[in-house]
Write a protein that binds this ligand. Structure first.
Ligand SMILES: C=C(OP(=O)(O)O)C(=O)O
Ligand SMILES: [Mg+2]
Length: 577
């Protein structure tokens, strides 16, 4: 409900979900009130039929939206609706609803609402962001069925035919897929985070978006002028003519800059003084390769394979995994693809493994520790990888290596599976590099020992920072300690690169720090060989590196490594480079 009319300029802060600036009139996307009452039913057969009809209508609508999404957004985005259709075919959801109708003699709306609320609550309470996001899928699908039962029309954002900024509590995946880029210039929501479906889709559609503002629907009326600043995480309501002018300039400058970056799509990443580094992308699914190619990625620096294992109720088979790895390798056409073996645990749970709850999951039974114990699962993944290795330039890396013993054991298992495959007559590439993530301080400190045995390192700063400063990467209350430029982190990175180069090995970085504007000059100066980041950051990073001189930065490296605080490092980099 709208709280008040605003006619003065107001700035609302949120989370930048998609870069860029949008200036247009507000369009409130309101979802119809779906009020559910509990009634007793005389003829259960008729009520079940009414429910089945509502499900059928919802399916047919979803088929239409899926087709629209396929044409406008591509196959991978249309897959979301294929997933919604699966929900509507899922006996684990439909069964309990019908059961409730029958046993309690209640109306379909009530039974649907009760069971859906139970499932949504269950997913939302999971300690895992990916699973929590699935709650919104279930809510989306079941609301569609409910609207048919209640005879209420739900909003249809594809009908928008003038330039607008969408204001919504949240955008469901079906809302987002229906957005026409020609008219929808940006959007802003009360809830959501950077990894919600709507945020991911906004980035792939390149629609500027600020999510998680908490208040936009309470603060913005239809038709009011709104600026969505997806560069600085702000929404400006009722801007003055002067602010509109300033933002018009900021938007033009950003677009001109993007057009400049786009010219670099087929260029090499070479510094002013001729030093080449590789800019690679982090991916989670084979579909993500589209973004890597569109943004001129020189390789895949981190394929997070755990997504293959998530959002399902059993382990993926060797064949399923083989197909996924083969697709990525083939589509990258001989460019390096670093596949990380299963990194489950911590914030990434697999409910079907039914592992006991731990006091400190980030310090617990996760990643390589789990794989070395659950060897059947690990060997299946390694076999799929080895079989796929002949389709491209595969490199395998193990996550969360704390001791040399773990690396040796993991490599040993890999070699055993390779030998078995060869005995069976299956071809396996002979040039697979085997490396490890450096994300635990023990491996960074002892990098000289590891460097003798690995083919490469990839520094995982997301975890390395949390373990070095003992600050949970998910806990906002200790986020002040999550400091990429802390002297301890820079010194560890320096040690790892020095140790690897001494043994003639290459070093990459696949933590978020690799795509960070402040970190890039320092990492270049420290000698990092490969920077792996989200695909949409590649062109910007390439442009930055092409304007830096490695030799120049090297002259300042000792000074940077001697600085006492992260703040000192930041102001020095801003001033110098
Ligand atoms: C890249 C990393 O791995 P993840 O974010 O998947 O833990 C890291 O820890 O830096
Ligand atoms: Mg990690």
């Amino acid at each position: 409900m709208l709280k008040k009319t605003i006619d003065i300029t107001k700035i609302i802060n949120g989370i930048a979900a998609s870069e860029g600036i949008a200036i247009a009139k507000a369009f409130r996307l309101e979802h119809a009130e779906l009020t559910v009452e509990k009634n007793s039913i005389a003829s259960i057969e008729k009520e079940v039929l009414r429910f089945d009809e509502a499900v059928a209508k919802s399916k047919s609508e979803l088929e239409t939206i899926k087709e629209y999404a396929r044409q406008e957004l591509g196959d991978d985005k249309a897959e979301i609706f294929a997933a919604h259709l699966l929900v509507l075919n899922d006996p684990e959801l439909l069964g309990p609803i019908k059961e409730k109708m029958k046993t309690e003699q209640v109306n379909a709306e009530y039974a649907l609402h009760e069971i859906a609320t139970m499932f949504v609550g269950m997913f939302e309470s999971m300690d895992n962001e990916y699973m929590r996001e699935r709650a919104s899928d279930i809510r989306d699908v079941t609301n569609r069925v409910l609207s048919h039962l209640l005879g209420v029309t739900i909003s249809n954002p594809s009908m928008i035919s003038e330039e607008v900024v969408i204001i919504a509590e949240d955008l469901t995946p079906s809302d987002t897929a229906q957005l026409n880029r020609k008219f929808v210039k940006g959007f802003t929501t009360d809830i959501g985070g950077r990894t919600s479906h709507s945020a991911i889709m906004a980035r792939s559609m390149e629609i500027p978006a600020v999510v998680g503002t908490k208040t936009v629907t309470g603060d913005i009326e239809n038709g009011v002028l709104v600026i969505v600043d997806g560069l600085d995480s702000k929404v400006i309501v009722n801007p003055s003519a002067e602010i509109v002018k300033t933002y018009g300039e900021k938007k033009a400058a950003y677009e001109a800059q993007k057009a400049e970056w786009a010219k670099l799509v087929n260029e090499q990443t070479v510094s002013v003084d001729g030093h080449h580094v590789e800019l690679a992308a982090n991916i989670g699914t084979p579909e993500d390769v589209n973004g890597v190619l569109e943004n001129g990625g020189e390789g895949v620096g981190l394929y997070r394979t755990e997504f293959l294992y998530m959002g399902r109720d059993c382990l993926p088979t060797e064949e399923e995994q083989f197909e996924a790895y083969k697709t990525v390798l083939e589509r990258m056409k001989g460019k390096p693809v670093v596949v990380r073996t299963l990194d489950i645990g911590g914030d990434k749970e697999l409910p079907y493994l039914e592992l006991p709850k731990e006091m400190n999951p980030f310090l617990g039974f996760r990643a390589i520790r789990l794989c070395l114990e659950m060897q059947d699962m690990f060997r299946t993944q390694l076999r799929a990888l080895l079989r796929a290795s002949t389709y491209g330039n595969l490199k395998i890396m193990f996550p969360m290596i704390a001791t040399l013993g773990e690396f040796r054991q993991a490599k040993e298992i890999l070699l055993e599976e390779k030998e078995k495959l060869q005995v069976e007559g299956t071809k396996v590439s002979d040039n697979i590099e085997v490396g490890m993530m450096v994300e635990i301080p023990s491996s960074a400190v002892s990098a000289d020992l590891f460097a003798k045995e690995v083919d490469f390192f990839s520094i995982g700063t997301n975890d390395l920072i949390q373990y070095t400063l003992a600050a949970d990467r998910m806990n906002e209350r200790v986020s002040y300690l999550y400091q990429p430029y802390n002297p301890a982190i820079l010194r560890l990175i320096h040690m790892v690169i020095q140790a690897a180069h001494k043994e003639g090995k290459w070093v990459g970085m696949c933590g978020e720090m690799a795509g960070d504007e402040i970190a890039i000059p320092i990492l270049l100066g420290l000698g990092l060989d490969e920077f792996s980041m989200s695909a949409t950051s590649i062109l910007k990073a390439r442009s930055q590196i092409r304007n830096l001189s490695k030799e120049d930065i090297e002259k300042h490296i000792d000074a940077i490594l001697s600085m006492s605080t992260a703040e000192e490092v930041v102001s020095f980099v801003k001033e110098q480079f």
